[in-house]
Every structure is written in C-alpha cells, then in structure tokens.
Design a protein around this ligand. Structure first.
Ligand code: GDP
Length: 451
C-alpha cells in the first residue's frame, strides 16, 4: 500500500540494528497514547521526559523494564504523537514488543514511513529527508558532513521557496488568460515569465552540477598510469604507507590491477587508488588487453596520476603513454628523484619530483592530489539533491524548459498556460510539494525501517 494511503494509521518499527546493546521500538500515530498505557498499565508519561516503565510483553513472557519517551503531536519527529521504547537490544524481545503493538492495532511501518510523515506534516523538507539515508549510511566524514549541512541549513528550501511563489503567480495569470488570449500582451508579463524561467534553470543547473560533484567525489578514484618500471607499484605502496595491508588484487584475466583506499589529508574522504598495467603502444595481444583496460579505467576515474622516471631522459614510450591520457589533464609526476633529476625531465612538465624509494616529496604529492580532488568537491553553500528521484525530476525540469521558452515566445495563451503548469508541477515535485504524494514512495522506500 502507498505511504499516503496509510496516513492516519499508527505505525511501529524496530529502529535499531540487530545486535545493538539498546533496542528502540518507535511508534507514531493517533493510537500512541492508548498503546503506551496499555503496554505499561501506567499513566502516560509526561511528554519529552524519560520514564521507566515495566512493559507487558504478553502472556507467557516476563515483562521488561524499559525507558519510555513520549512526544506529543505536533512536537515530535513525525509531527504526530510518537513514542520511543528503549529495551535491551535482544532481538526476540524487540520482535515480541512489535508483535504486541501490532496486536493492539498498530501496523508494522514501511521503510522511511516515519520520515515521510515528518515531511507531510511539515517537520522537515523533502530535501532534508533525502539527506537522511546519506547521513545514516555515510561512508566517510565528507559524506556525513554534507548530509548534516543539508539538514542544518536547508539551503534547498531557502533557494526554492521564492521561485515557487513566482511560479504560482505565473500559473494563476496564465490560466486566467486562456479564455482571453488577446489580453496576453497586456495582462501576462512575458518578460517576467522569461526571467523566472531563466532563474529557475540557473538554480536547477547549479543543483544538478553540485549533486554530480557529490556523486563523483563519493566514488572518487585516482588512477596511476605510466610505462612499465617507472615505479607505479612502488609509489602505490609508498602512498598507502601503513595501509598497504588492505591492498587487494582485483580479479582479472590478463594483467591484474590493484586497488586500495587512500585517505586524503584535509578532505575527510578516502579515494580509491588504482595501480595499473604499464601504458604503452604494443603489438602483443595480451599486453594490448592490459593497456585497453587501463584506458577504459581512465574514462571512469576522477583523477589521473601520470608517472615517469625523472632520473633519466623521457622516452618515446613515456611520451606516447602521456599522449594517451593527456585529454584527462593528468597530474604529471617525476619519480626516482633519489637518483637525481635529469635535465630533460622538464620536457614532460612534471608538477612534482618524488622518490617512491626514499619518500622524498610524498607529502607534497599527497597535498597536490588532495587539491585536485577538492577542486572537484561540491560547494557546501549550494544545495544537493541526495536522491536519484530528485535528480531525475531536476533533469525533467531542464528537459521541459525549452518548450516553455518556445511557448512564451509563441504568445499563444493556451500553450503558455500548459507549459507554465508543467514547469510549476515539476518544480513543486522537486521541492516536496507535489499534489500527488505517492510520487515520493520511491524516495522513502530506500530508507531504513524505523526511520
Ligand atoms: P612499475 O612497473 O611502474 O609498477 O614499477 P615498480 O614499482 O615495479 O618499480 C620498478 C623498479 O624501479 C623497481 O626496481 C623499483 O625498486 C624501482 N623504483 C621504484 N621507485 C623508485 C625510486 O623512487 N627510486 C629508485 N631508485 N628506484 C625506484
């Protein structure tokens, strides 16, 4: 059943992961007060005060002492009456409690149902809700930071709200004029509508660009390339230092490549670093396969580090290898500085000289790598679309806007009204204000149970 059709019911879920020392069952909806009194045989606790209660787990089960928190509507996470019952984390006790709540009329909550209700009841915006799964499942400090910021500042609504007001006005005027098409030039401000469209396109484009930066950096990869024997594997190990134990061979047929996670100073993220086969023009089939795999990896990698031996004169193989990746603006690094810097090394314009053997220049290299990735990082002051569904809606808006522009240029009242309505609908959907709330089922279904 759709989340919207379950509004008004009382829902319950275990909100903690199995094996936690404390287990929390959450209940939300109109029956919460009655359920709490029934479970504990005691009066309802005062709102927002932790109270100890013996919870009756049903016939044949010993009661368990629990910490009960009651939140009276609308001052709760969902905006409804809500309770949290904290038990010891034992899975069987939690399941018994959940079953008992359901036998008293609660329904087992669907994933994301608490947050869905919070959005419907105006406790948080859709953009904030969409940041929650990222916050809960954050793989690194960087992801957690951006999700927390989305939650704290809600830049999204700040930027979106004034546009929505303008689209409402535009639609009202456009629709009113359908029956009086000759009055368009007088009563429908075409110039203002064009400006509104442009402002909205600019915001949506910024949102999408920032969201894509976030996605790219969340799965960031640094690829080490260069001809054989320049020291790629040595540099790989040197960069990883103590962490080299987590280096794992990637299953492959011809030439294996290695990947590991490299923490970057200052950025709070780890990037996947990948050591590849030597990159050179070749006639051998097996080697050609290795090279072509490396080249396809360059396409899906965020940054490329091109390594050569700076202690000798660059060879044609170095030049050819560099040419293969030049389009990706690689960070060019000269290795083996412990053996000296060859005067012709500068021909390949290295950004740094390092020695994988002695460690010389490695800190500077790490800083340079971090700078490359942070240049691609999302702008913290620009909102992010944390869910694919929102990204698709934003894309749909940009797909729609040219026909809106064409309608405005045509001066045809019916066309204008239809186009303005379509754009307004998509924007409202993006902002969590869709008329049909079931469009959000997909977003919330990716949430955890109990959230
Ligand atoms: P790859 O084929 O590019 O992965 O290169 P390797 O890491 O296997 O290194 C090739 C050879 O160069 C090995 O003998 C390494 O010990 C040596 N080597 C790598 N880095 C350095 C360095 O910074 N200085 C010196 N002197 N030798 C190095």
């Amino acid at each position: 059943m759709r989340l919207v059709e379950r509004l008004g019911t009382t829902i319950a879920a275990i909100a903690t992961a199995p094996g936690s020392v404390i287990g929390i069952v959450r209940v939300s909806g109109p029956a919460v007060r009655r359920l709490l009194e029934k479970l504990s045989g005691a009066p309802l606790p005062p709102p927002r005060r932790a109270v100890l209660r013996w919870i009756d787990l049903g016939e044949g089960s010993a009661p368990e002492q629990a910490l009960v928190l009651f939140f009276a509507a609308p001052a709760s996470y969902t905006g409804e009456d809500l309770a949290e019952i904290h038990l010891h984390g034992a899975g069987p006790s939690l399941s018994t409690l959940l079953e008992r709540l359901c036998s008293f009329g609660a329904q087992a909550a669907l994933p994301g149902e608490f947050s869905f209700r919070a959005v419907v009841n105006g406790k948080m915006s859709l953009a904030q809700a969409a940041a929650l799964p990222v916050l809960i499942g954050a793989q690194n400090r960087f992801q957690a930071e951006l999700a927390r910021r989305a939650f704290l500042f809600d830049h999204f609504d700040r930027d979106m709200a004034p546009l929505l007001v303008r689209w409402d006005e535009a639609e009202t005027l456009a629709v009113a004029l359908v029956d009086f098409p000759d009055q368009i030039p007088e009563h429908f401000p075409l110039e203002k509508a064009r400006a509104l469209l442009a402002d909205t396109e600019a915001l949506v484009t910024r949102l999408l660009e920032n969201s894509r930066r976030f996605e790219r950096l969340s799965g960031a990869r640094l690829l080490l390339v260069g001809r054989s024997n320049v020291g790629k594997s040595s540099l790989f190990n040197r960069l990883l230092g103590r962490d080299r134990a987590i280096v794992s061979p990637e299953p492959g047929t011809t030439r294996d490549y290695l990947t590991a996670l490299l923490p970057l100073p200052g950025l709070g993220i780890e990037v996947e670093i990948c050591d590849t086969a030597g990159l050179r023009a070749t006639t051998s089939d097996a080697e050609a396969e290795g090279v072509s795999r490396t080249l396809s990896l360059t396409e899906v990698s965020t940054q490329i580090l091109f390594l050569f031996d700076g202690s000798t004169s660059p060879t044609d193989e170095d030049r050819d290898a560099l040419a293969l990746v030049a389009r990706r603006d690689p960070l060019v690094v000269a290795n083996k500085s412990d053996l000296g810097r060859h005067q012709q090394a500068i021909e390949l314009a290295p950004a740094l000289f390092v020695s994988a053997r002695t460690g010389e220049g490695i800190d500077a290299l790490l800083t340079a790598i971090a700078a490359r990735f942070s240049a691609e990082a999302p702008d913290p002051a620009t909102p992010l679309l944390f869910h694919q569904t929102l990204i698709r809606t934003a894309d749909a808006f940009l797909g729609e806007s040219p026909s809106c522009r064409a309608a405005l240029a045509s001066g045809d009242a019916a066309l204008i009204a239809a186009a303005v309505s379509r754009c307004r609908r998509l924007l409202r959907e993006l902002a969590g204000k869709a008329d049909d709330l079931s469009v959000y089922d997909r977003i919330f279904s990716s949430f955890c149970l109990g959230k």
